[in-house]
Design a protein around this ligand. Structure first.
Ligand code: AMP
Ligand code: MG
Length: 493
């Protein structure tokens, strides 16, 4: 007697059930010679999936899109979006498919989504493909963000297709399978609103409430409560990015998730020397998505979200606009609260002292003036607390300003009646020693594209414990040597 193999995933596809009109059923293009490059075993376990089964040929066939797993209902999701400020009414998954949703071992609903799986009805001029380098890049950055405690989509696997992809050169192709709380975007609401069917926006909002902000149901105005929850999640998220020097790179409204997870961070990179004007993306000529602009861009994107929901906020347009405007105007304060709390933790400062704001600003000004590495500097400060000031001081070419700042900061700390060991340890838990340094990421991806995955795996290992300083890993903690020149990223599309 044969026993049917247990399905790989226990799918339950609420998006497809609830949101007809916001997707096209579709199948992945076949991949000629799939080869598993990376599998996220921890994430597989979290999903309740057997990692061994996933890495066997039948599992890899699913991960590359050659086999539709039992229970999946693959669709290309429809969305619109403001790209660099200009509205595109029909973007959608041009080279990606939502396979379906699974409930993880904690009972959380997670999307399984494949990118690089061939052209879809939304592909426009695109080839539907993705190259190994950019997909492994999304894998490693997602894992780094996750280890830093920042909400993010995560890669489950990257499988080389055996196909070649034409970019500036021919590159090996790949499919990324990623996991997200959902793929609802600001752009999904924009698409729904542009269909001229208010019932569709309402269905989408109800779906978003049920999925991400269920408490909103009990509010007097559930849709306004949904908007407020999204706004708050974004204020918190962008503050977390800023606190580790993360530059998303392409904060178009189609790349902003309703869940508050970091998503679609293709040309992203981490800042070395502190500078609000930092831009890495080769296509961001005007610096719209520069490090220091990210909070304002988030607020701008949230205004676009509010516009789609105005009829849900109130039947009277004026009342709806006034309610949305009130919330939008509160964004900077909410953002500042998250940022300030995070910065005080980075500096070991207790909450609630007005002089702390000036301490934060003055340190950042000195760092900017002297081109000091953001992550190294914050990490070094815990040594100062323990009486070894040279580590931070040596990062400043002209240390006088730092010395003066340090005296004020130390005076503040000593007034807190807290054990220096405890302060230093708490600082080390929020100031990473290892971030994905751009030159390290590039080196790992170049090697992987040429067939050597060792540097990529080593980098993943280092970044999995970003706060835990380990001997022998000094090269991963240091900024790029000046010989690397200015860093540029590309969308890889
Ligand atoms: P992104 O910049 O990756 O967030 O993508 C923006 C839009 O372009 C989305 O609608 C994508 O689905 C689409 N897109 C990007 N690259 C490709 C590609 N190679 N083939 C088809 N569509 C693509
Ligand atoms: Mg995108």
């Amino acid at each position: 007697m044969s026993v049917a193999a247990r399905p790989l995933f226990a799918f339950d596809n609420s998006y497809v059930r609830d949101l007809r009109g916001l997707y096209e059923p579709w199948q992945a293009a076949p991949a000629p010679a799939p080869r598993l490059l990376a599998l996220n075993e921890d994430l597989a376990t979290e999903l309740g999936v057997d990692a061994e089964a996933l890495s066997a040929p039948d599992g890899v066939a699913v991960l590359v899109g050659n086999v539709t797993p039992e229970g999946a209902s693959p669709v290309a999701q429809a969305y619109a979006g403001h790209q660099f400020g200009g509205f595109a009414p029909r973007l959608g998954d041009g080279r990606a498919l939502l396979l379906g949703e699974v409930l993880d071992v904690h009972g959380r609903r997670r999307d399984l989504h494949q990118k690089g799986s061939g052209r879809t009805p939304f592909a426009r001029a695109g080839d539907g493909k993705a190259a190994v380098g950019p997909m492994l890049r999304e894998y490693v950055i997602g894992e780094a963000m996750h280890a830093l405690g920042i909400p993010t989509t995560r890669a489950l696997a990257v499988v080389a297709t055996g196909d070649q992809v034409l970019r500036e050169t021919m590159l090996p192709g790949a499919v990324l399978t990623r996991v997200a709380a959902s793929h609802l975007r600001v752009g999904t609401f924009q698409y729904a609103a542009a269909q001229g069917d208010p019932a569709l926006v309402r269905r989408l909002a109800d779906h978003a409430i049920a999925r991400h902000h269920p408490h909103a149901v009990e509010a007097e105005n559930p849709y306004l409560a949904l908007f407020e929850a999204v706004l708050d999640a974004q204020a918190s998220l962008v503050a977390r990015w800023m606190l580790v020097g993360f530059v998303h790179g392409v904060m178009n409204t189609d790349n902003m998730a309703i869940s508050g997870e970091t998503i679609d961070f293709g040309p992203c990179a981490f800042m070395d020397a502190f500078d609000p004007a930092t831009v890495f993306s080769s296509i961001d000529h005007g610096g719209r998505y520069a490090y220091g602009n990210q909070p304002q861009v988030a607020q701008w994107n949230l205004a676009r979200l509010a516009e789609t929901m105005l009829p849900l906020f109130h039947v009277e347009a004026e009342t709806a606009v006034a309610a949305a405007t009130d919330l939008l105007h509160a964004f900077p304060d909410r953002y500042d609260a998250y940022w300030g709390r995070g910065m005080r933790a980075k500096l070991g400062l207790a909450d609630g002292r007005p002089e702390n704001g000036a301490l934060i600003d003055d340190l950042l000004s000195s760092m900017l003036a002297q081109g000091v590495d953001f992550s190294s500097c914050f990490r070094a400060l815990s040594s100062s607390v323990l009486g070894e000031a040279s580590r931070a001081r040596s990062l400043f070419a002209e240390p006088a300003a730092f010395d003066a700042w340090s005296d004020r900061w130390r005076a503040q700390l000593s007034s807190q009646a807290c054990d220096p060991q405890a302060i230093a340890a708490a600082m080390d838990r929020v100031n990473p020693v290892y971030i994905p340094r751009n030159h390290q990421v590039e080196e790992a991806l170049t090697a992987a594209t040429a067939g050597d995955l060792e540097p990529f795996r080593r980098l993943l290992d280092v970044l999995a414990e970003p706060f835990d300083e380990r001997p022998g890993l000094e090269a991963y903690a240091a900024p790029a040597p000046p010989s690397c020149g200015p860093y540029r990223t590309f969308c890889g599309t």
